[in-house]
Design a protein around this ligand. Sequence first.
Ligand SMILES: Cc1cc2nc3c(=O)[nH]c(=O)nc-3n(C[C@H](O)[C@H](O)[C@H](O)COP(=O)(O)OP(=O)(O)OC[C@H]3O[C@@H](n4cnc5c(N)ncnc54)[C@H](O)[C@@H]3O)c2cc1C
Ligand code: FES
Length: 272
Amino acid sequence: MKKSLLHKPRIVRIEKVRNESNTVKSIVFKDRLCASVKPGQFSMIWIPIYDEIPMSLSLDPKSKLPMIVVKNIGEATNALHELNIGDSIGIRGPYGTSFNTGSAKRILLIAGGTGIIPLLQIAMESNQREYKCDIILGAKNIEEILFYEDLKSADCTLYPVTEDGSLGKQGLVIDLIKKSLKSDYDVLMCCGPEPMIKSIIDVARKTNIGLQVSLERIMKCGIGICGSCELSGFRVCKDGPVFDLKELNAMYNVLGNLKRNHSGKVIDFNTK
Ligand SMILES: Cc1cc2nc3c(=O)[nH]c(=O)nc-3n(C[C@H](O)[C@H](O)[C@H](O)COP(=O)(O)OP(=O)(O)OC[C@H]3O[C@@H](n4cnc5c(N)ncnc54)[C@H](O)[C@@H]3O)c2cc1C
Ligand code: FES
């Protein structure tokens, strides 16, 4: 397949659909470019009639085929939840930067809610790699913990944290990190709500441990042209979505405070 095809929507057939929770579904498909996705990269998913939206790409722990994992929060994600085996979606990518395990021997994965999606592949591949992973897996409650059984079967140590205590320790991810972060990790890899990410940056700044974080902003083109994902001069689609501590320091004051809306206007981060 020619490299230029990366930017053209390819129509793929859905091979499997699986409920991961009450609000989250995995959609599995075949695509040659997506089969070699690096952890943390994303694709632009076109849902005919509705919209084109960014979704992290991963590999299905069961079939090893490419998959997206979709939380139903609005029109386009609801339309994705309506699809079944044999239906089609359009796909561009994989795009963006990825988590870099490099020469790391000990990695701590930190996921809040759907934040486990871009980190899943790193955990699932740890038995074939040089590194060992611990995983802090946070959610509001046991219902919202994703891929628990798959992660348990991977060669990783799991630390679930739920706000209501229905699985693992009760509390927030950041409470557990502040209490028990060991200094023998080479790198922390993180995805989740921005306030959580900001607290983790604060922790990482006080240690010699590396940090890589996946961020989200409104994306339209996904390839660095339109500027809708701009964050402190970075284009999240092209310079990210995975950023290192140096880059995160440069955008620190904006994180959790400001974002752009669908019209490109800078607005308060908590505005819906
Ligand atoms: C790099 C990246 C990876 C993502 N990976 C996943 C994933 O793996 N699984 C998942 O469920 N969601 C993921 N998202 C978020 C997903 O793109 C939004 O939930 C989706 O676009 C919402 O569309 P909607 O029409 O259903 O909701 P809407 O009602 O249109 O929007 C609801 C909210 O979703 C966000 N949103 C809407 N459109 C976009 C857009 N074009 N780009 C970014 N955010 C948007 C806005 O905050 C908005 O307030 C990712 C976003 C980015 C940027
Ligand atoms: S989405 Fe267009 S520049 Fe990032």
